[in-house]
Write a protein that binds this ligand. Structure first.
Ligand code: PHE
Ligand code: ZN
Length: 879
């Protein structure tokens, strides 16, 4: 078994592999209890290897070795060494053929890494280091080879046998068994290997690529879900077309398969030609999935599809380079969703996610660079920093070198490194080459953790008509990185005149423009504008959120209201409202008194917005939302989370109570919008109606409650049903109990919808949270072995149920620590994620912080997994 207290791995110690694998054959004799694997590979010494006579490392984790031969013979004396990481083969010749027979036990595999059983089917998850739980192999991403896979199993139990690539052979065998042989012509690293054996229904479609090849699309689900596949297939086709049109990328195999799995640690996995998906990101019908679910499915399908180029054809040299594929692929899926579905609001949704989750990560004990330089457990680096901040870096590169140059750079990158395993430095070097720019300083974004703060100020010289912008930057220290260098920050700005129109002018003698990208590449820098066409009334900063920074611009409430009313940049408009609301909360918490003047100004601006006939419904809905508590907490060094939530809710009520009539008047009619249309406009209208209804309830408008009941009863879609439930979920009113009981009855045997019920109950601030939690954990639909169920209950409990999770006596922390301990014995990866809210002990008031820390200490003293230990130790080291 592997070491629970491992030495960290360092990027600086990277060595090319000692051997290349020229080809690989895997024969699986599949059964749930014990699966036998025969692994045949041709290995050859790597000319790039550092040490000429180095041994061959074959990683293995919990795999039983049955036999091993080298060129058909037993290894000689002292050749084979077994250690905690697997096997070492010493004294191999220049080239050799290995044959290894090994066994693993899918049914006992509750970690869901490697080969495991889910709903009676067998499937695999290999990224990042799961392949070594299936067989002995040089399981590292820079070892690429071609795979020929033979699957053999009982026909009745496993009628469908799938692996990567093309099926080249299949047939019947004696004793009710059958087999299939799959070949993947594209060399790949082992983390992209997949197999599936099961009883699954297949939904088929086809896609004709830009060069006219027909690709078979196959979506495999359990038979009872066959009617929930249309959206996923339509999304896949949109993504395939988009990648051709926007990025010039064509699919390469003849078949693209997606399999939905009930038990899955993550969202989905981009295995070559055979994606495995958490069922949650495949199955949808208007009755079971909300608009947000539809959008999430579309974007995960696209994400995994886009990996075929950004990840599979060009892969990572080592796991420090994870953002090479993830940052780039998130960027690509964000572009897709922006262009195909949500338009301006997608950017706002992405920024909200970044601020509420990545910024706290980057300011806490688990902060790490987008390209980390060491890790103890790589499973713990599938983070918002690697994914979402990584995508922001790609976006900034595009902003800095321009869209066309960036696109050319991508073409060069894909062509030059096709079939190779490369680094983020390689990626940036291509962008430097095509743009002719020196991007050395930009690369600090990859190596430095922490969110930069940018200060912005303006000065106007009335006599010369000159306008000056001064920018400064500062990045606070993060664990292991005391001192920070300045990074290159593209700050997109515009100036608005008194009528809200963009002002034209020149930046330092440049061409006349009405929008600029200011490059803040030092600690401080000033930018001079002249020949402005009008006097700036407001500066629109960081348009489109041009960099992942915290901006401190000190704008007056009047200026912000002007931006809110007029700015043509959706992000900036939303941000103006967010800034106002953040300021009001801050006043309340820090000065212990509301700021009535400020609140009146905000109310006035919101009232005007509600009267604006031109604003897009979806944007209006998004702007009206107060910042989430998670994000507000970042305004303070530490804060009592129960009080913060209460102050936020109270501000919401104060702001919206006098606007209740306007909110009601602005609500789209249920019958007009509950039409099942998956268009940006229809989804925007539904988002607006649900948001307005929820705001009315939050503002104490009694007349909204019967409307919630009516909406729930009349709803034809899950979006409107959930809209009603969300609106009423924190209200201690009998209507809440009635609706939730109805919902539970209605969906008790539909796990994915039942998860929504779990989430509502777990998140509710209504008293009795611990009883509800206990009820949910005893619910017949709950299972500790299923990550979706566990996350559906405990995720919202920790993220949104401040009153109970942060209950002053520490009961919430104690319960969670107990659940983490229990879960860790089954599924370390999920346990290590679940514990993370407890790691933020420094961000809450000292009394609570001490309780959280004590729970972490208690867990640290137990025998826990390496995944969990890594997280807890980093959290405790931050003392
Ligand atoms: N590589 C997957 C993705 O980003 C995520 C994943 C990581 C899935 C590890 C499973 C295990 O789409
Ligand atoms: Zn990914």
């Amino acid at each position: 078994m592997r070491d629970a207290n491992p030495q960290p791995v360092y990027l600086s110690e990277y060595q090319p592999p000692a051997f290349e694998v020229e080809n690989l054959e895997l024969d699986f004799d599949l059964a749930a209890a014990t699966t036998e694997v025969t692994t045949r590979m041709a290995v050859r010494r790597n000319p790039q290897a550092a040490e000429p006579g180095a041994p061959l490392r074959l990683y293995g984790d919990g795999v039983e070795l049955v036999s091993l031969t080298v060129d058909g013979a037993e290894p000689g004396e002292g050749m084979l060494e077994e250690d905690a990481d697997g096997l070492l083969l010493h004294g191999l010749p220049e080239a050799a053929r290995l044959e290894i027979v090994s066994r693993c036990h899918p049914e006992q595999n509750t970690a869901l890494e490697g080969l495991y059983a889910s709903s009676g089917n067998l499937c695999t998850q290999c990224e990042p280091e799961g392949f070594r739980r299936i067989t002995f192999f040089p399981d590292r991403p820079d070892v690429l080879t071609t795979y020929r896979v033979r699957l053999e199993a009982d026909r009745a139990q496993y009628p469908v046998l799938l692996a990567n690539g093309n099926r080249v052979e299949a047939g019947e065998l004696d004793g009710g068994r059958h087999y299939a042989v799959w070949e993947d012509p594209f060399p790949k690293p082992s983390y992209l290997f997949a197999l599936v054996a099961g009883d699954l229904a297949c939904q088929r479609d086809t896609f004709t690529t830009m060069s006219g090849r027909e690709v078979a699309l196959e979506l495999y689900v359990e038979a009872h879900n066959a009617d929930r596949c249309d959206h996923a297939l339509a999304s896949l086709k949109r993504a395939m077309r988009y990648d051709e049109e926007a990025f010039g990328r064509e699919y390469d195999l003849d078949v693209y398969m997606i399999v939905a799995v009930d038990d899955f640690n993550m969202g989905a996995m981009e295995n070559k030609g055979l994606n495995l998906f958490n069922a949650k990101f495949v199955l949808a019908s208007p009755d079971t999935a909300t608009d947000d679910d539809f959008v999430a499915i579309e974007s995960v399908i696209a994400h995994e599809y886009f990996h075929n180029w950004s990840g599979n054809r060009v892969t990572c040299r080592d796991w420090f380079q994870l953002s090479l594929k993830e940052g780039l692929t998130v960027f690509r899926d964000q572009e897709f969703t922006t262009d195909c579905t949500l338009f301006g609001v997608k950017r706002i949704d992405d920024v909200s996610l970044l601020r509420a989750h990545q910024f706290p990560e980057d300011a806490g004990p688990l902060a790490h660079p987008v390209r980390p330089d060491h890790y103890a457990e790589i499973n713990n680096f599938y983070t918002l920093t690697v994914y979402e901040k990584g995508a922001e870096l790609i976006r900034m590169l595009r902003t800095l070198i321009g869209g066309e140059t960036f696109r050319r750079g991508l073409d060069v990158y894909f062509e030059r490194f096709d079939g190779q395993a490369v680094t983020t430095d390689d990626f940036v070097a291509v962008m430097a080459e095509v743009s002719g720019r020196d991007l050395t300083a930009f690369k600090r974004w990859y190596t430095q953790a922490g969110t930069p703060h940018v200060t912005a100020a303006t000065a106007q010289d009335g006599s010369t008509g000159e306008f000056r912008i001064s920018l400064g930057q500062y990045t606070p220290p993060t664990p292991g990185q005391e001192h920070k260098e300045p990074v290159v920050i593209p700050v997109r700005v515009a100036m608005l005149d008194a009528d809200g129109r963009r002002i034209r002018g020149r930046l330092e003698g440049g061409p006349e423009q009405d929008e600029w990208v200011l490059e803040l590449d030092r600690s401080e820098r000033s930018f001079h504008f002249d020949e402005l066409s009008a006097t700036p009334q407001a500066v629109s900063w960081l348009r489109g959120f041009s960099a992942p920074v915290i901006l401190e611009a000190n704008q007056s409430a009047t200026t912000l209201a002007h931006l809110l009313a007029h700015d043509d940049d959706a992000f900036s408009r939303w941000e103006a409202a967010q800034t106002l609301m953040r300021r009001a909360i801050r006043a309340r918490i820090e000065d212990d008194a509301a700021d009535p003047v400020l609140e009146a100004e905000i109310q006035h601006a919101l009232a005007a917005l509600l009267e604006d006939p031109a604003i897009e419904p979806v944007l209006l809905a998004t702007i009206l939302q107060l910042p989430p508590p998670r994000e507000l907490a970042e305004l303070f060094d530490c804060v009592d989370p129960v009080r913060l939530r209460a102050e936020r809710d109270a501000l919401e009520a104060r702001l919206y109570a006098p606007l209740a009539d306007r909110l009601r008047d602005r609500q789209p009619k249920l019958d007009d919008i509950d039409n099942g249309a998956f268009t940006a406009d229809a989804m925007g209208q539904r988002r607006l109606r649900n948001r307005l209804l929820a705001l009315r309830v939050a503002a104490g408008d009694e007349s909204a409650v019967p409307e919630v009941l009516e909406q729930y009863r009349k709803a034809r879609s899950q979006t409107m049903r959930m809209g009603a439930l969300n609106a009423i979920n924190d209200l201690n009113h009998e209507a809440r109990g009635l609706l939730l009981a109805d919902f539970e009855r209605r969906y008790h045997d539909d796990p994915l919808v039942l998860d929504k019920y779990f989430g509502l109950q777990a998140a509710s601030q209504v008293p009795g949270g611990f009883d509800r939690l206990e009820y949910l954990l005893q619910h017949p639909g709950f299972r500790w072995s299923n990550p979706n169920r566990v996350r559906a209950v405990l995720g919202p409990f920790m993220a949104r149920n401040e009153r109970h999770f942060h209950q002053a006596d520490g009961e919430g922390y104690h319960r969670i620590a107990g659940f983490v301990e229990k879960l860790d014995r089954m599924n370390p990866q999920t346990a290590a994620r679940l514990v993370q809210p407890l790691t933020r002990w420094r961000k809450v008031d000292p009394a609570r912080g001490e309780q959280m820390r004590a729970e972490l200490e208690r867990l640290a003293a137990l025998e826990i997994s390496r995944d969990l230990r890594d997280v807890i130790e980093r959290a405790l080291a931050d003392a």
